[in-house]
Structures are given as structure tokens and as C-alpha cells.
Design a binder for this molecule. Structure first.
Ligand code: PSU
Ligand code: MN
Length: 304
């Protein structure tokens, strides 16, 4: 018996090979302001359903890792201020302590893969922080994705990070990165970070073909990152972005914010100092990622 609990709907879908899309919960609990976060959580699940797939939002509740949440569980993730932020390494202590928490990309990707899911949508991955030479702060997302066979659709990595250093780490770790209808790595709030990427696909079926090739090679069980930019007309104004981000980084340094707290702090700072514009860009990116992940999951279910 696994310690991981699949909802009845997700279990049935996995058993019959129907498309399922994993969704993370840290973005709900710690990445978006209340009460909008609960609406967004429901909206993302609805996008998956509209595309003919089953949504599987993942979180740990009272020590049980859940893959697929009901409405009451989703509400708890969104509204319970005591929800912790759980990376992959936090899962075992959280289970033992019967704790509750939202899962980051690293914990979500791990649990999704263990539950038999292959496609996962998030906003932006964690990565190498700008002050990494002194803090050694590199998100656990990267190393976990180097060891987990899951296709992760994202709008790049959050622009609060050192993007060239993050792309370099992904190369070193052997994680595949393909651009969806783009030849540059997206900049999360921004359509493009300006950093080139080596591979571009144009259709969900092409992503499924890459996934099949990964499996056929039978190499190390690494992820596939599908980098899907926010549409240009929904991105944050780049000048506003650069200015407010610089202020946010200063404020974080001044207040001595580090570790797990830094990403939520910076995201929140951007929301408040862009009059909510960064939130709209963030949501546009996440919605687009969930839509694309759903189409990929459908192609994958057809293919296998
Ligand atoms: N994408 C978003 N908002 C978020 C995150 C992703 O649009 O809040 C979360 C993810 O859960 C990711 C985490 O794993 O931020 C990275 O946190 P850290 O830098 O502490 O690893
Ligand atoms: Mn970190």
C-alpha cells in the first residue's frame, strides 16, 4: 500500500489510461493572494476538464499526500493560513508529523510521477536565485526534475531568478528543455527572457513524440520541460517589470528575507507594486500552461 492517496476519479483515469494533468498547490497557498487564489484553483481544474482530462491538484493534508482534491480539500489549501510550503524533502517529515502543506514543483512532480501521472502544469519553476554565489539558493525543483520522468509545462522560471544560471544548471543536470512555439526561454511575467533555447515544437503531438523518444531511450529518468510563454499581449510591461523587480530584490535584502520565504515575498511584492498587473500576467501564464498541458496529456493518452 502506498502512502499516497489518489482520489477515486484520478485513480480510475490512471487505470484506464485517460488523460490526467497534475497541478501544484504552492501557487494556490503561497503564490497568489486570497481570496482570488481559491477561484483560480477552481478555474484551473475547469480548464483541464474542458479539455477532456482529469485534474489532479496535489497537496498534503493531515500527513496524507493527496493526488486529486475535492472541493472542500481545495478550499482548505487556499484558505488555511497554517498550510506549510512543502518541497520534496519535506514530505517524509510532514507525513510523520501528520502536517498539512501545499506542495512545490519538486514535491508535486515527485508525487505525480509516483501516482502514475506524466503531465504536470505550473506557473514558473523555481531555479537559481540571483545571489546564488553567496546564498547557494537554488530551488530543489531543478534537481528533482533531473530525477523524475514527468513533462512539466511552465512559463520558464520566475523572473526573480538568475535565468542564464538556471538554464545552465538545467543543462548540467541533463533536463531537456523545449520551447513551445518559441526559440527563446520565456520570462514568466514576460513573453521572453531573451535567452535562446535549442529546441522548438509547434504542436502538442510533437511534445508527445519527444516523450515517447525519452522512454524509448530508456536513459536516466529525467523530466521534460515544456517552456510556454505568456502571450505578448498579456505580459507585464517589461519596463514596469524591471523597475519593480529591482525594488523588490532590494527590499528582500534589506529585510533579510531568505530560504523558503523569498519566492512568496518577491511574488507578493510585485503584485502590490504593479497595481495587480503582475498577478494578471502570472495568471495568464498559468492558464496557458494548464491548457497546453491538457492538450499534451490528451495526445499522450492517445499515443500509449
Ligand atoms: N509558479 C507560480 N507561483 C508559485 C510557484 C510557481 O506561478 O508560487 C512556486 C512553485 O511551487 C515552485 C516554488 O516550486 O514557487 C519555488 O519555490 P523555491 O524557490 O522556494 O524553491
Ligand atoms: Mn530556495
Amino acid at each position: 500500500m502506498s502512502v499516497i492517496e489518489l482520489s477515486a476519479e484520478v485513480r480510475a483515469a490512471v487505470q484506464r489510461g485517460a488523460p490526467v494533468v497534475a497541478l501544484e498547490s504552492t501557487i494556490i497557498a503561497h503564490g497568489l493572494p486570497r481570496p482570488r487564489n481559491l477561484r483560480v484553483a477552481g478555474e484551473l481544474e475547469a480548464i483541464v476538464r474542458a479539455g477532456g482530462a482529469v485534474p489532479a491538484t496535489i497537496a498534503v493534508l493531515d500527513g496524507v499526500p493527496h493526488v486529486g482534491l475535492d472541493a472542500a480539500q481545495l478550499e482548505r489549501v487556499a484558505n488555511d493560513a497554517a498550510m506549510r510550503k512543502l518541497g520534496h524533502r519535506d514530505l517524509a517529515p510532514a507525513i510523520a508529523a501528520r502536517a498539512s502543506g501545499a506542495t512545490t514543483v519538486s514535491a508535486t512532480a515527485f508525487l505525480a510521477a509516483r501516482a502514475g501521472l506524466r503531465v504536470f502544469a505550473t506557473g514558473g519553476l523555481g531555479g537559481v536565485h540571483r545571489d546564488w554565489t553567496t546564498t547557494q539558493d537554488e530551488s530543489a525543483d531543478l534537481r528533482l526534475l533531473a530525477r523524475t520522468r514527468i513533462t512539466t509545462v511552465c512559463a520558464g522560471v520566475k523572473s526573480i531568478l538568475d535565468i542564464p544560471a538556471t538554464l545552465q544548471r538545467l543543462e548540467t543536470l541533463g533536463v531537456g528543455v523545449i520551447g513551445y512555439r518559441t526559440a527563446t526561454f520565456p520570462g514568466f511575467y514576460l513573453h521572453s527572457s531573451g535567452q535562446p533555447i535549442d529546441w522548438t515544437v509547434r504542436e502538442p503531438a510533437e511534445v508527445a513524440a519527444v516523450m515517447r523518444a525519452q522512454d524509448a531511450l530508456d536513459g536516466p529518468e529525467s523530466a521534460l520541460i515544456v517552456a510556454n510563454p505568456v502571450p505578448e499581449d498579456e505580459q507585464l510591461d517589461p519596463q514596469l517589470h524591471d523597475r519593480v523587480l529591482a525594488e523588490a530584490l532590494h527590499a528582500a535584502a534589506r529585510e533579510g528575507i531568505t530560504g523558503q520565504a523569498i519566492t512568496p515575498y518577491l511574488l507578493d511584492h510585485l503584485v502590490r507594486h504593479t497595481g495587480g498587473a503582475s498577478l494578471e500576467a502570472n495568471l495568464a501564464a498559468v492558464r496557458g500552461n494548464v491548457r497546453l498541458a491538457t492538450a499534451i496529456a490528451a495526445e499522450w493518452a492517445r499515443a500509449v
